[in-house]
Design a protein around this ligand. Structure first.
Ligand code: CP3
Length: 341
């Protein structure tokens, strides 16, 4: 099916665009009252993730209500640990929780390499959403990067430092590699399943990249992200590694189309480090959206000028925060859409 709005894909491939495409990480859920309404009818977060009709509905909401140039499938990165044999819960107001965690060779041996069919509900949600979108905008599939997934599997919950997960890398490097290998194979299967079901792009989220040292990052994260990029040639791949400012030059060598930047990464410096051949995605500080309208417009336009007219996909530097006013998001989206270089 041909897309009516393919700005995202053209920017990712480095083709000419009339204007910069825009979407927001974590746009599905979180901020829209319409999402909360669906969620209150449904019960828990997981019920929503596991129900393709509802996942489809909340995936399309931001396209209708915010006017973004791409949809991202409503799911979570933690479906992969569960598909491998380590179930999670999403505890209201506290976040993810695993009853069992990984600490030994036996724990890792018990895990299976997940197939896409182990996450059939998200694969089905992609297929349904692709059909319902009817070519309006591209659909983004996603997964967590192996290191970020390992960090939840070892830590068992969110953490400020992820010191238990980092300790595992220093004390059990052989086991860490064995676990990362299984996660990587599962992630490739899962992303390929989303692509076969209709995802036009896939993004890999390495949310905890920034807590590793540069050496650890190269050894325990980037290597596996590179394997994922090399395995996926069907659609453009975006890699977003939050806090990995020290790895930008290496990321320029990945076999992917787009690098996501957080708000600490200067656009011109990132372009110089990454190279001219990739698209850059980002990177407005999400907290700018708490400001008054004039401040939002000024920061958004400054960002657009800093990236320039081509090979840029406008976004925030991380996921949008839950208490941001949807009208401020619309202002951000409309400012990008109205801007001409
Ligand atoms: O971008 C999108 O809107 C698509 C859906 C999406 C969700 N999670 C839905 C969700 C995506 C892409 C994610 C990715 C994700 N999940 C990441 C990587 C991105 C990032 O922000 O760094 C991480 C680290 C997770 C793990 C996770 N899921 C946490 C820590 C939490 C609790 C806190 C939070 O972020 O809200 C979740 C829950 C979650 N995932 C919600 C949503 C809409 C909130 C659930 C709710 O209360 O309705």
């Amino acid at each position: 099916m041909t897309l009516k709005n393919d700005l995202f894909l053209r920017a990712a491939r480095g083709e000419q665009v009339e204007r910069t495409p825009v979407w927001l990480m974590r746009q599905a859920g979180r901020i829209l009252p319409e999402y909360r309404e669906v969620r209150s009818r449904m019960g828990g977060f997981k019920e929503l993730v596991e129900n393709p009709e509802f996942a489809c509905e909340v995936t399309i909401q931001p396209v209708d209500l915010l006017g973004v140039d791409a949809a991202i499938i409503f799911s979570d990165i933690l479906v992969i640990p569960e598909a491998m044999g380590l179930p999670y819960q999403m505890v209201e107001k506290r976040g993810p929780w695993f009853d069992r965690t990984i600490s030994s060779a036996a724990d890792i041996d018990r895990l299976r390499v997940a197939e896409a069919s182990d996450v059939q509900y998200t694969v089905d949600a992609v297929a349904l959403t692709k059909k319902e979108l009817n070519g309006r905008v591209p659909l983004i599939g996603f997964a967590g990067a192996p290191w970020t997934i390992l960090s939840y599997m070892v830590e068992g919950s969110g953490s400020k430092t992820f010191s238990k997960a980092k300790k595992f890398l220093y004390t059990e490097p052989v086991l860490a590699h064995r676990l990362l290998e299984k996660i990587t194979l599962s992630t490739i299967n899962y992303l390929k399943g989303q692509i076969a079901a209709g995802a036009d792009v896939v993004q890999v989220f390495d949310s905890w990249a920034g807590i590793l040292s540069p050496e650890q990052y190269r050894e325990f994260s980037l290597r596996y992200i590179a394997r994922i990029c090399d395995a996926i040639s069907e659609v453009p791949v975006t890699v977003f590694a939050k806090g990995a400012f020290f790895a930008r030059e290496d990321m320029g060598k990945l076999n992917c189309r787009t690098i996501g930047l957080d708000w600490n990464m200067d656009p011109a410096e990132s372009r110089a480090l990454i190279g001219p051949h990739m698209a850059l995605q980002g990177n407005l500080d999400p907290c700018v959206l708490y400001a008054d309208d004039a401040t939002i417009v000024r920061h958004t336009e400054d960002m657009l000028r800093a990236f320039g007219p081509q090979r840029h996909i406008a976004n925030l530097g991380h996921g949008i925060y839950p208490d941001i006013d949807p009208d401020k998001v619309r202002l951000f989206v409309n400012t990008v859409k109205a801007f001409r270089h």
